[in-house]
Design a binder for this molecule. Structure first.
Ligand SMILES: Cc1cc2nc3c(=O)[nH]c(=O)nc-3n(C[C@H](O)[C@H](O)[C@H](O)COP(=O)(O)OP(=O)(O)OC[C@H]3O[C@@H](n4cnc5c(N)ncnc54)[C@H](O)[C@@H]3O)c2cc1C
Length: 401
């Protein structure tokens, strides 16, 4: 059987979901193919459960700092609670897009011709195809996703292998929830994000030590070993034979996010940089280019990145344009002072003395990054409350009819 659409999307994570939403708002006929849970990694096993647990951890620390008492936290209960919330969110998100006219096909999609996605015996023909297949862990083992979904319940002594955002975030959350946590660091914390200065990594390491998280350079014995050593793009060549990839595994795209096959676009983690905040912006760019013709380019420097660990650390902008740097203490602000004294903003200015880069460590960094991003006409960090602003501007967000 064959079915025709304006756009066929493979993958319902933040990349695929957002492309579908934007295009449905423009009244296009859209089909989305998903082989697993609707919402992808972000909703089911990544950003959303992590943010819930992070907020519990931060609140608990604040209570302890103020009242000097430890409020016992129950990991299993928290996981059950967030998974209940996620199943509601997943159903709502799916229903929301269906009401807008989305056709969802469950099964594994493969590109059998330049504009045909096949799912079992069904051929989905699109004027455009959008690939949003996401990423998977590079190494075998128990992954942060297994911990956040409750597939694996950590035992008392935990070793987190990795020094990237997920490793730093999970180590912090588990420690506050009462586990004995060590983190295996080969280089320095957050070294995969060169925009973050070494001094910020050092501050985070000090905060870890103060919390009782052991930073180790060699593998140690633990009850649960969590492998958080990075992810790789998930586009396998057998299913998508016409799509050109870099040796790194990422899909080759032009600045408009079109692949080597005209009319086939790629979004999300199969195109660097990885991360849901980037996936949303890539989705906006692709939806815009489908509606208006190829004219909008993807600019990663306009997307804020925020890591939520013992400190919030974030950045936005283009550090290559900096000619002068200034530092600002966050405690100049009374709200910062009364809540959490420590925090630094590092601001980079260009030749015209305009701020072009902002990097910060402290609490409330995502709020600051998002405000700075608005000034740069950029997008918002994820997950953040500021993302709702996009809804306010939805009529003009992806122009055209
Ligand atoms: C623990 C953790 C925490 C994270 N926290 C954050 C955070 O706080 N902020 C942030 O910005 N990012 C975060 N991320 C990263 C974020 O989750 C990913 O960048 C984002 O989910 C990528 O979106 P995507 O649309 O590319 O793919 P995914 O969300 O991975 O979704 C891809 C979907 O495609 C489907 N699929 C793949 N191939 C096929 C096929 N052939 N046919 C049909 N369906 C297919 C998959 O089943 C999947 O549902 C986190 C990741 C992890 C693991």
């Amino acid at each position: 059987m064959e079915k025709r659409f304006n756009v066929v999307i493979v993958g319902s994570g933040p990349g695929g979901y957002k492309v579908a939403k934007f295009l449905l708002e423009k009244k296009l006929r859209v089909c989305l193919v998903e082989k697993s849970l609707f919402g992808g990694t972000c909703l089911n096993a990544g950003c959303i459960p992590k943010d819930y647990l992070y907020n519990i951890a931060v609140s608990s620390l604040r209570l302890k700092q103020t009242f000097g008492k430890i409020f016992p936290l129950d990991w299993e209960k928290a996981i059950m609670k967030i998974q209940e919330k996620i199943s509601v969110l997943r159903k709502n998100a799916e229903e929301f897009l269906k009401r807008k006219g989305l056709e969802i096909v469950y099964g594994e999609g493969e590109l059998v011709d330049e504009k045909i996605i096949k799912v079992e015996n069904l051929k989905l023909i699109g004027d455009y195809i959008v690939l949003a297949c996401g990423s998977k862990p590079k190494e075998e083992g128990i992954h942060p996703e297994d911990i956040l979904t409750g597939k694996t319940f950590p035992k008392k002594k935990v070793l987190v292998k990795g020094e990237g955002p997920s490793a730093c975030e999970l180590a912090f959350i588990l420690k506050v929830f009462g586990f004995e946590v060590s983190i295996l660091v080969k280089d320095r914390l957050l070294s995969s994000l060169p925009q973050i200065p070494e001094s910020f990594s050092a501050k985070l390491e000090t905060a870890f030590e103060e919390l009782g998280i052991e930073v180790v350079e060699e593998e140690i014995v633990a009850d649960t070993v969590i492998v958080a050593t990075g992810r790789e793009p998930n586009l396998c060549s057998e299913l998508f034979p016409f799509i050109k990839k870099h040796p790194s595994g990422f899909v080759e795209v032009d600045e408009y996010l079109e692949t080597n096959v005209p009319g086939v676009y790629a979004v999300g983690d199969i195109v660097p940089p990885m991360g849901a905040s980037f996936a949303f912006e890539k989705a906006r760019v692709v939806a815009y280019n489908i509606v208006n013709g190829k004219s909008l380019t993807f600019e990663p420097s306009k997307v804020p990145v925020v890591v939520t660990s013992a400190y919030e650390i974030g950045f936005i902008g283009d550090p290559s344009r900096i000619v002068r740097t200034e530092h600002l203490s966050m405690s100049l602000n009374p709200k910062s002072f009364v809540n959490h004294k420590s925090g630094i903003l590092r601001i980079g200015y260009n030749e015209e003395d305009k701020p072009v880069f902002l990097c910060g460590i402290g609490h409330g960094i995502s709020e600051i990054m998002n405000v700075f991003s608005s000034y740069m006409e950029g997008s918002f960090s994820h997950p953040s409350y500021a993302e709702l602003i996009e809804e306010v501007f939805k009529q003009t967000y992806v122009k055209g009819s």
